[in-house]
Write a protein that binds this ligand. Sequence first.
Ligand SMILES: NC(=O)c1ccc[n+]([C@@H]2O[C@H](COP(=O)([O-])OP(=O)(O)OC[C@H]3O[C@@H](n4cnc5c(N)ncnc54)[C@H](OP(=O)(O)O)[C@@H]3O)[C@@H](O)[C@H]2O)c1
Length: 167
Amino acid sequence: MNVLITGANGGLGTAVCQAFLATGATVMGVARAWKEPAPFLTISADVSTGEGCAEMAKRALEHGPLDALVHLVGGFAGGSPVSETSDQVWDGMMNVNLRTAFCEASGETANVVLPSIIDTPRNRATMPQAGVSRWVAPSSIAQVIVWLTTDAATDISGAVIPIYGRA
Ligand SMILES: NC(=O)c1ccc[n+]([C@@H]2O[C@H](COP(=O)([O-])OP(=O)(O)OC[C@H]3O[C@@H](n4cnc5c(N)ncnc54)[C@H](OP(=O)(O)O)[C@@H]3O)[C@@H](O)[C@H]2O)c1
């Protein structure tokens, strides 16, 4: 299986890449910049632009047809009241969350996973006082995503799957 994973160097992306590698898949990971070597094929592209997505697709298809696209690029830069949120911050969130998904929309089946707070190194660093026991393990999300790309999930499309952690 050839799988293309955007946001592959992030807290979640790292776990998702590992989960696909464990299945024997050929993994192609996308980020704007790769500073460290990775145990899979890497592609540098900004997927918030049509040009960046075209470059990503061109590079990925050099390795044959794609079987799955896992789109993980996204993020949250808010936290302040709407009245105090600048146009620049708002536009940035729209670009990284919506435009990137729009640029990549394609495929025979399409599903969404909807995690609450993920137990990533960055979340631990930015919320040192938080209780992490209910946070979602990246590997849990990765296993659901891997399953969605298997033959067993051929009939699953349009699903929105909440992954909210332990009660
Ligand atoms: N962390 C959480 O608690 C949490 C909870 C719910 C949902 N989510 C969602 O889950 C996804 C992954 O979260 P995460 O914590 O793994 O995020 P992350 O650590 O910030 O990773 C996202 C990666 O995407 C890459 N990226 C950002 N903009 C890009 C662009 N325009 N083009 C190409 N690559 C780009 C970044 O790498 P470069 O900077 O090198 O490009 C970054 O490493 C996001 O969509 C996030 O909104 C996260």
